[in-house]
Design a protein around this ligand. Structure first.
Ligand code: GTP
Ligand code: ZN
Length: 349
């Protein structure tokens, strides 16, 4: 693929700093990091429409003309004279939806290029930002192509960077293997526990959860699942824990914490993601399949309750020969989260 590895890094940096970028030649200013002065410099005539995700647009009851099935589909909102910077922020950020509901009227415009719009929505998620942009303006600081974004998302670019022995609590006979891609910053790791015995390894795909893994959050089951997985693999004698840098089911830490704030307002984990404009689960388990393939494992026993992980590995060529349930006792803070996993995302709990 003809991609420039520097382009994504520069564009993510620019987005975070509130500088305009161009995707395939279309200028975009992220709403989250803009301010009235930056917006005026980008779009002096105050005409730039606002690009938001279809999920967010549906939440705002703004349009139903896009395929709800595509989480990266986008909707372009005409810049009516009353849509100033504050109103655009309210379009982008669901934080105040309940306190100050948006009234409109809104009008959706045809997308100049749906592929670029969808790439912008995906790229906001990659940058860990709200998926909302002003579209069309001047002062672009970083340019990125559709091929650069695809390269950033391409698991095939991952390679083993290094490995070392790493005794851990619960598994002294363990080795850590780190993976890197020239296109993406996140470094995934695998913890190989025990010694290969000719059987498919017992494997756990663990998605990063800073709050659960490090701080001991009781809102989810990640911390206990992580430690129970290490113990289960050690007990089985041979297996691999993959620690995937897919915080918040792929939306990043800050967006996950935004989802938590919406959960404090009463929304469940599924609706919180949708209100923010993200897919319910934005993870790509092709990353895990690539890591297993690099470690020469094409058949696994998978510790999970999530059928999407089984399907994701099978689709990427790693055969799941057995699913091993991985449920831990609930606590009063995560009961609703676990019930939502069971009732709305098909977890087999
Ligand atoms: N967006 C979002 N992510 C969350 C929330 N709670 C936990 N997470 C993330 O969900 C991921 C945890 O998922 P996993 O335990 O790997 O997988 P799972 O889909 O629950 O499936 P299992 O294999 O059955 O545990 C981590 O990346 C967490 O940060 C939430 O409310 N919102
Ligand atoms: Zn968690």
């Amino acid at each position: 693929m003809n991609a420039d590895p520097k382009a994504a890094a520069r564009a993510i940096d620019a987005l975070r700093r509130g500088w305009p970028i161009a995707i395939a030649g279309q200028p975009l200013l992220a709403v989250e990091t803009a301010d009235p002065l930056r917006l005026a410099a980008f779009d002096p005539e105050a005409r730039a429409p606002v690009l938001i995700s279809a999920g967010r647009a549906a939440t705002l009851k703004l349009t139903n003309q896009v395929e709800a099935a595509d989480p990266d589909a986008a909707v372009l909102v005409e810049r009516a004279p009353w849509i100033d910077f504050a109103a655009a922020t309210a379009l982008a950020d669901p934080q105040f939806d309940l306190a100050t509901p948006l009234k409109g009227p809104f009008r959706a415009l045809p997308l100049p290029d749906p592929a670029v719009a969808a790439a912008a929505i995906r790229f906001a998620r990659i940058a860990g930002m709200l998926p909302a942009f002003f579209l069309g303006g001047t002062g672009v600081e970083a340019a990125i192509s559709l091929a650069d974004i695809a390269a950033h998302e391409n698991a095939e670019a991952l390679a083993i960077a290094t490995r070392a022995r790493l005794p851990v609590a619960g598994a002294e006979d363990a080795e850590i293997v780190a993976f890197r891609s020239p296109h993406a910053a996140g470094e995934h790791v695998a913890l190989l526990i025990g010694q290969p015995n000719g059987q498919p390894p017992l494997v756990r795909l663990h998605s990063e959860c800073l709050t659960g893994d490090v701080l001991g959050s009781l809102k989810c089951d990640c911390g206990p699942q992580l430690h129970a997985a290490i113990h289960a693999i050690a007990e089985a004698g041979w297996g691999i824990l993959l620690y995937l840098r897919q915080e918040g089911r792929g939306i990043g830490l800050v967006n996950k914490l935004r989802a938590y704030q919406l959960q404090d307002q009463g929304f469940d984990t599924v609706d919180a993601n949708t209100r923010l404009g993200f897919a319910i689960d934005a993870r790509d388990f092709g990353v895990a399949a690539r890591m297993l393939t690099l470690m020469k494992q094409d058949k696994v026993r998978l510790l999970t309750n999530n059928p999407a992980k089984v399907a994701g590995l099978n689709a990427a060529g790693v055969k799941v020969v057995e699913r091993v349930a991985h449920s831990l006792p609930p606590n009063p803070h995560n009961e609703r989260y676990l019930a939502t996993k069971r009732d709305r995302t098909g977890h087999q709990l």
